[in-house]
Ligand binder design. Structure first.
Ligand code: FDA
Length: 402
C-alpha cells in the first residue's frame, strides 16, 4: 500500500487545481484519473481555445439549491488569480465578449500549465487508473490511512479523499456518475441531476415549422422562469441552440413557458411604426425580412402572422394590427419538447447537496477528510467561463484546507 497526504479522484479542472494547490503546501498528492489523459474537457472546451474564466464572475452567475454556497470559494479565488497563473506561463489570451477569456492558441496550453504546476510540486498523476472500491476506516485505522483506494494500479491510502469526478455531460469524454455514487456511499444527498447548457429539441409541428431553417442564426432575448439572456439563437435540424438557448436551457424544464424577443433591445411597436412612416408602400413581410433574418421572417409570416395577411403594404395595418405583429415579435412562444441531454450538454445541473458540505473548505460535514469539488457539486455556472471558474475556486478552497 502506498501512502499519500491526499488522494484526488478525477484529473479534470477542479482535481488538478486542488492537486497543485495542496502540492504547493508540501503535501504528497496523488490524482487518479480513469481516462487515458487528464483534462479532456478542458481540451475540448471553448471550441479548442478554452474559455478559462470570466472576469465578471459573481455568485449571481451560478445555479444551486443554496445560492450562497459558492460565495466564499469564489471570493477567495477570483478570475484574476487564475489570470495571474496564465500570464506567468506566457499563455496569450483575449476577451471574446462579456468578460469571457479564451486562449489565443489552444486549450492544450491550459492543461500543460496545470500539469507543469503539478509536476513542479511533486504531484503524481495516474492516468488509465480505474477505481475498484473506496474503503473508509473510521474506527480501527489511524487517520493516516483513513481512506483506501483500491485501483487497477494498486492500493493507495491517505487521510483525505477529494472527489472531483465531474458530472454526467459528454460520457464519451470520461464523464461518469461515480462522484454521485461515492457521495451516496458516504451518506450524502444528491439532488436530482439534469443536462444544462444544452440545445433544446422540438417535435411534431413545432419541429416541422423550423427544421427547414436549420443553420439560420438570429439575435434574440430568450426568457423563461423570470430569467432572460440576449445573444444568438441557432436553428438546428433537431431544434434550437446558440448561446441564448444554451443559457436559458439551464432554467427551463419540459412544460415551462419559453418566449423569445426577436428584436432584442428594441421596442417592436415603435420599430413597426417607424417603418410604416418611412416605407409605407413596402409589404410587411419584406420589411420583416430586413429587420430579421430573411428566411426566418418568411416562415414567421407563413405560420405565425398568416392571419394578418403580411403580404399587404404596411400602410394598410391599423394600430391594433401593428400591436398584434409587435406582440409576436416581442414575445414569440417557442414550444420545446426536451433537451439533447448529456450527450451534448456542457454541464450537469444538480448534484451533491451543498447542505452536507462546508462552503469554506468543501469538506463533508459527515465524514472528516472527505471533499467534493467542481461540477459534481450542486453548483452550476452560466455559459461563458463561469464553470471553469467554479472548478478553479472550489479546487483551490479544498487544496488549501486538506
Ligand atoms: P471534469 O469533467 O473536468 O473532470 C472530471 C474528471 O474526472 C475527468 O477527467 C473524468 O475522466 C474523471 N473521472 C470521472 N469518473 C472517474 C472515475 N470513476 N475514476 C477516475 N476518474 C474519473 N466551462 C467553461 O467555463 N468554459 C468553457 O469554455 C467550457 N466549455 C465546455 C465545452 C464542452 C463541450 C463541455 C462538455 C463543457 C464545457 N465547459 C466549459 C464546462 C467545464 O468543462 C466543466 O464545468 C468543468 O470541466 C468541470 O470541471 P471538473 O473538474 O469538476 O470536472
Amino acid at each position: 500500500m502506498q501512502h499519500y497526504d491526499a488522494l484526488i479522484i478525477g484529473g479534470g479542472a477542479a482535481g488538478l487545481m486542488c492537486a497543485l494547490t495542496a502540492g504547493r503546501r508540501g503535501m504528497r498528492v496523488l490524482v487518479v484519473e480513469h481516462a487515458n489523459r487528464v483534462g479532456k474537457k478542458i481540451l475540448m472546451s471553448g471550441g479548442g481555445r478554452c474559455n478559462f474564466t470570466n472576469t465578471g464572475a459573481t455568485p449571481a452567475n451560478y445555479l444551486s439549491a443554496n445560492p450562497h454556497y459558492c460565495k466564499s470559494a469564489l471570493a477567495r479565488y477570483t478570475p484574476w488569480h487564475f489570470i495571474e497563473m496564465v500570464e506567468r506561463h506566457g499563455i496569450a489570451y483575449h476577451e471574446k465578449e462579456l468578460g469571457q477569456l479564451f486562449c489565443d492558441e489552444s486549450s492544450k496550453l491550459i492543461v500543460k500549465m496545470l500539469l507543469d504546476e503539478c509536476a513542479a510540486v511533486g504531484v503524481r498523476v495516474e492516468t488509465s487508473c480505474s477505481i475498484e472500491r473506496v474503503q473508509h476506516a473510521d474506527t480501527d485505522a489511524t487517520a493516516n490511512d483513513r481512506f483506501r483506494l483500491h485501483t487497477t494500479h494498486g492500493v493507495f491510502a491517505a487521510p483525505s479523499l477529494v472527489v472531483a469526478c465531474g458530472g454526467l455531460s459528454i460520457p464519451s469524454m470520461g464523464a461518469s456518475g461515480y462522484g454521485f455514487e461515492l457521495a451516496r456511499q458516504f451518506g450524502h444527498d444528491v439532488l436530482p441531476t439534469r443536462a444544462g447548457l444544452v440545445p433544446l429539441t422540438l417535435s411534431g409541428k413545432h419541429l416541422e415549422r423550423l427544421s427547414e431553417l436549420s443553420g439560420v442564426a438570429l439575435p434574440v432575448t430568450a426568457r423563461c422562469n423570470g430569467r432572460e439572456f440576449s445573444n444568438f439563437l441557432l436553428i438546428t435540424h433537431r431544434g434550437v441552440s446558440g448561446p441564448s438557448i444554451l443559457q436559458i436551457s439551464s432554467y427551463w424544464q419540459p412544460g415551462d413557458d419559453l418566449r423569445l424577443d426577436l428584436l432584442p433591445g428594441r421596442d417592436a411597436l415603435e420599430t413597426l411604426q417607424a417603418l410604416q412612416r418611412e416605407r409605407p408602400a413596402a409589404e410587411l413581410r419584406t420589411l420583416l425580412g430586413d429587420v430579421l433574418s430573411k428566411r426566418f421572417a418568411q416562415r414567421l409570416c407563413e405560420v405565425w402572422l398568416a392571419n394578418l395577411q403580411p403580404s399587404r403594404p404596411i400602410r394598410q395595418f391599423n394600430l391594433p394590427q401593428l400591436r398584434d405583429v409587435a406582440a409576436i415579435l416581442q414575445d414569440w412562444p417557442l414550444v420545446a419538447s426536451g433537451t439533447e441531454g448529456y450527450r451534448t450538454a456542457e454541464v450537469t445541473l444538480g448534484g451533491v447537496d451543498t447542505d452536507g458540505l462546508s462552503s469554506s473548505t468543501m469538506m463533508s460535514r459527515h465524514v472528516p477528510g472527505l471533499y467534493f469539488i467542481g461540477e459534481v457539486v450542486d453548483v452550476t455556472g452560466w455559459l461563458g467561463g463561469y464553470n471553469f471558474q467554479w472548478a478553479w475556486a472550489s479546487g483551490h478552497a479544498a487544496g488549501n484546507a486538506l
